[in-house]
Write a new protein. Structure first.
Length: 141
């Protein structure tokens, strides 16, 4: 016997427009970390785009929009997913390119100073903002 509209819809899971950090997984490994203000839509977009090969997803609700980029960046740094190429703009890490844009220093000069200071990147050419700030304070104008 078939069920009525009411019987089916009473059991339906409501679609929530939740924001947070999502993880695309393949074979038990996180292959991409992202953020969205509408998680279900964003994950659906990844499926329809077909650019990232994944077989599952997980997400964490993040209550405040202003911390999502920091949370996403921390996960990308710690998990190093293969499809993430850069970090989102955040308050923890900064790229050499961003430092060059915001100062009078050229990228090569910054890289040389980073090498002299013995700083280690946390992700490609991304460094902790606090370490870069100390280094810049020590650079002569």
């Amino acid at each position: 016997m078939t069920k009525s509209h009411r019987a089916i819809c009473n059991r339906a899971t409501p679609i929530k427009k939740e924001r947070g950090i999502y993880f695309l997984c393949k074979g038990g490994k996180v292959v991409y970390v992202g953020q969205s203000v509408n998680l279900i839509n964003r994950i659906s977009e990844h499926l329809s785009e077909g650019k990232k090969n994944f077989d599952g997803y997980y997400y964490e609700y993040v209550g405040k929009n202003d911390v999502m980029s920091d949370v996403e960046a921390e996960y990308i740094v710690s998990l190093n997913p293969k499809y993430n190429k850069v970090l989102p703009q955040n308050s923890i890490y900064v790229s050499v390119n961003t430092v060059a844009k915001k100062t009078k220093w050229k990228r090569d000069e910054i890289r040389e100073e980073i090498k002299r200071a013995g700083l280690k990147p946390v992700y490609t050419e991304w460094y902790k903002i606090s370490e870069i700030a100390r280094m810049l304070d020590g650079m002569k104008e």
